[in-house]
Design a protein around this ligand. Sequence first.
Ligand code: ZN
Ligand code: ZN
Length: 246
Amino acid sequence: MSSESNRVLAGECECGLVRYSVEDAFLYAANCHCSRCRAATGSAFKPFAGIEREKLEVTDGLDSLLVFGEEDLNNTRCGACGSLLFSVVRDGAYVHVAMGSLVDAPSIRPTEHIFVGSKAPWFEITDGLPSEFGFAAAVHPHDRDTFYVIPLDPGHARCMPEGQAAVWRTRDGGEKWEKLTRGLPQQHAHLGVLRAAMTIDRHDTPGLYFGTSTGQLFASADEGDNWTEIADHLPPIWSVEVATVD
Ligand SMILES: [Zn+2]
Ligand SMILES: [Zn+2]
């Protein structure tokens, strides 16, 4: 799949015991301000870059790793010095490389701040990257009391726990809300959804669609009760539009 011209980047921990190589073919990169990433790095935020797991190889110190979590979902550190090297995420299919552990400069740059609702109060974002998350919304085409929002930002009301993707639905103009999660990732789903990245079509039973800043596209054919991932590996999705073909 990947082109043979891909550079390979080196990364290592603070003490040098663990080294890894990774293709310079990252799919997305962001600065995560969630409380877990801040604690994991001891920093204001974690710059990370995502790539398919098989494109990263631990070249030194494989038996010295400190794996916090499970095989398919973890933070991987050096067992000697504790440096966070990468996280295994998304059912083990991807790794999020802690960009601070890269020795060589990657081509990609972080394109956004995510989980800014959990941001450290003593840190101010001044770099101008987008950080507007959690307000994607769609209105039912035939029932104006029914609408959908994606509050992905844990700093706001009606938030979901960190790392769980959900769409919220009201059928009574916002009095009561239902959390819709069936088919959506429920662990370490570091998904950002931008304002324009959810839409709804005009069928009698309308279809809903939203895209994420990490390049996944989800759809529901039953007004949000069930979701399926219909595309992955896309570039960051800034907006989703739908066209109905009769
Ligand atoms: Zn080390
Ligand atoms: Zn995070």
